[in-house]
Each structure stands twice: as C-alpha cells, then as structure tokens.
Design a protein around this ligand. Structure first.
Ligand code: FEO
Length: 393
C-alpha cells in the first residue's frame, strides 16, 4: 500500500519481465502506474496492461470496493494504460469514464463503444476535498494524451511524461539508485519522446507557474524528492542539449568497417572529445539512441552487402530517423568491398533524419590500408575539432 499524498494511492502493477517495449529494449522492466484519488468521491486514474488486471484490482481493493469507484479517468488510450479499463467498467458500470475527446475516440477504436465523458464536458472533477483538473498535452505521447492535476496536494499525474521503464519494489525517486534512475529516465526520453520535442515543450510551458510537489508518471517511480530535476532535464532535452561527445555506431562483415570505426574513435579521442563505439550486432539500437540523445555527432558505419547496407545498420537508421534527433552532426563510413552501395545509403538516411552531414566519409575497398587507416583517424580528429567548435570550447 503506497500513499503518494494524503488520499492519493498507487494501485498499479510492476512488470518485472518485459524486455521489449514496442522495439525499445527495457533492461529493467517497467511499471504501469495507476492512482486512486479518494475524496468524498473516488476517482481511479489510468489502467494497466491487460495481463495485470487481477493484480490491479487487488491493489484497488486494498482501499475501496470496485462498486465505490465514481470516476475512471483515462489520461492516455495506449493499451499499456487502457488495456484494463473496459473490463473494469463491466465490473464497475457506475464509474463514469473520463478522457480527452481524442482519448474517447481512441478508446472506442480499441474496445468498442464505451460511455465516455470528455474533458470538454468535465474539465475538472470535484471529488469533495480533492479536485482533479485535466489538461490536454497532445503528442506527449499520443494525440489523445492528457494529464491530471490535484491542486490540493500539488500532485501531477503526468502519464507517459517524466516516466522511466524501471521495475522496482520502491515507488519513489529518492528510494532508488540515482544512476539507474537517470539512466532509465534518459533512455525513456530518448526512445519515446525525442521525436515529440515540440509537443513536450508545449506541455512544459503549460506547467510553468503550476505549483507541483510530486510528479507521478505512469511508468517507473514517482518524483517526490526531485520533481524539479526531471522537469529541468526535459527542458534541456527539448532544446537539443548536447555534450562534446561522439557516438560511432557500426557493423562489420570481415572486420574492415570495425577497423575504420576504431581509427575514427582514436582520432576523436585524440582530439579531446569523448567517443563511444557500438557494434550494432552487439548493442541494441535503443541503447545506442540513449547515447545519441546528448551526443553532438553520430557516425554510422556499414560494409556493403550485396551492394547495399548491412541489415543491422539499416534497422538502426530506420529507428534513428523516426526519432528525429535534433541538432546533430552525422557522417557515414565503411568498407566498400569491391563496389560499395552502403555508405551512400547511410548518408541519405542521415540527411533524411535531419542530421547535418559531414564531408569526407572514410571508406576503403576490402580492408583499409595504412594510409586509409590514417585518413579515418584524421577524419576523427576533424570531427572532434568541429564538435568542440560547435560546443564553444
Ligand atoms: Fe505508456 Fe504511450 O503509453
């Protein structure tokens, strides 16, 4: 039994096992947070993923019977939060479902006709001693997304925003390892919210001047110790904050593209800039993207396979392009084999992803000669110079 504030209880579910969240690797599982807000009347905010229905109900019934729930608020219709709402409503038909207008449409698309009141009709719920007030935050994460605010307790139920995919037996930010917490909060922003920065910025703007002491997202732990810190983190990320850091992501067939990757990395490091190198066969694309979030440059290497890009690199590029990294430099490199085909493709994809392409992609036929190794190293030195210039150091 966990109290977020007086009369506000966590009644969610912990998913210790999930390791793939729509293409994003979740090394530490996740939680689906649901909150019970108890005044004279009772509101349940957000559901959980469908397979956690029994666990969710067990947690709710620690406080109230299902027949005592007056409102069922759906901040967001993605099934990790809405997957149990229709089923609960069958068992608690007295509960009035409340959602944004687009939330109503999306819930009905997933679950068929449901009696949903929209927040246009009910912008606030007076629970008697507690108020829930709703604000639409479209595209943070889906068009229907909204947040719920409890002014009496200064608690923001922020749904996806400020979340982390982090399963734990603790419920609060000040109870978990800070390195792990920030690693997961960063990975979450990079892999989910990075392409939505304009919408997230608008949402942050809406938050300005609103007194918030607790931010309770729908995934991971509740920010009660440092709610300001995560808002500050998001403010940096939506503005495209980067460090003087370079990410090199590559795959290799016979080791030649790896030789180029390592030569570039040596050059970058010699130039005084931090460099992280990832083989895309060994490291999941979503972990690389987490590193990309605060990097200034992303260098992508691929050998030619059948005159085209290597499949692991193609997958990474598709993922990266969708995430629309902002304000990054990019470059391609790789072994051409005897005819090439990959480097050009990588360059096109980086450009389409909005990265500013650096000239002089290191390439070699088959295996790099000593001179080609040196050129790759020099290229790395040049990247470091440019990164430092752009960083103003
Ligand atoms: Fe956690 Fe957009 O759902």
């Amino acid at each position: 039994m966990v109290e977020i504030a007086d009369g506000v209880h966590w009644v969610g579910a912990v998913d210790w096992d999930i390791r793939d969240f729509h293409g994003y690797i979740t090394h530490r599982g996740t939680t689906y947070n649901s909150y019970l807000v108890v005044g004279d009347r009772v509101a349940l905010v957000d559901g959980v993923k469908s397979r956690f229905y029994e666990e969710w109900v067990r947690h709710i019934e620690e406080y109230v019977g299902l027949g005592e729930i007056d409102y069922l608020v759906s901040n967001h219709a993605e099934p990790d939060h809405s997957g149990t709402i229709a089923r609960l409503h069958r068992e608690a038909p007295q509960a009035e479902i409340v959602a944004s207008p687009r939330g109503k449409a999306t819930l009905e698309k997933y679950y068929g006709a449901l009696p949903v009141t929209t927040i246009k009709e009910r912008p606030t719920l007076d629970l008697g001693g507690k108020t829930l007030s709703f604000v639409e935050v479209p595209m943070a994460h889906w068009p229907d997304s909204m947040v719920s605010y409890i002014p009496e307790d200064r608690v923001l139920l922020s749904n996806d925003a400020f979340g982390q995919h982090l399963a734990s037996s603790q419920r609060f930010d000040d109870q978990v390892d800070q390195g792990v917490l920030w690693q997961e909060a960063t990975a979450y922003y990079a892999n989910i919210l990075m392409p939505l920065r304009a919408a997230v910025r608008r949402a942050l703007k809406q938050l300005e001047g609103v007194p918030v002491e607790v931010i309770a997202p729908s995934h991971g732990v509740v920010w009660r110790g440092s709610p300001g810190a995560i808002v500050e983190g998001y403010s940096k990320w939506v503005d495209g904050y980067s460090q003087p850091k370079v990410v090199v992501a590559y795959d290799t067939m016979w080791g030649s593209t790896r030789e180029l990757a390592y030569a570039i990395a040596e050059g970058v490091a010699q130039g005084g800039v931090d460099c992280r190198v990832y083989c895309l066969r060994e490291t999941h694309r979503s972990d690389v993207v987490t590193e990309v979030l605060e990097a200034k440059a992303v260098l992508v290497g691929s050998p030619a396979l059948n005159n085209h890009v290597y499949p692991t690199v193609a997958g990474f590029l598709a993922y990266l392009r969708g995430l629309k990294p902002y304000g990054k430099l990019g470059a391609a490199f790789g072994s051409l084999g005897w005819s090439g085909g990959a480097v050009r493709f990588v360059e096109e994809q980086l450009k389409l992803g909005g990265l500013e392409l650096l000239e002089g992609a290191p390439q070699c036929s088959f295996k790099p000669t000593a001179e080609e190794w040196r050129e790759a190293y020099e290229f790395g030195l040049g990247v470091a110079r440019r990164v430092l210039e752009d960083s103003g150091t």
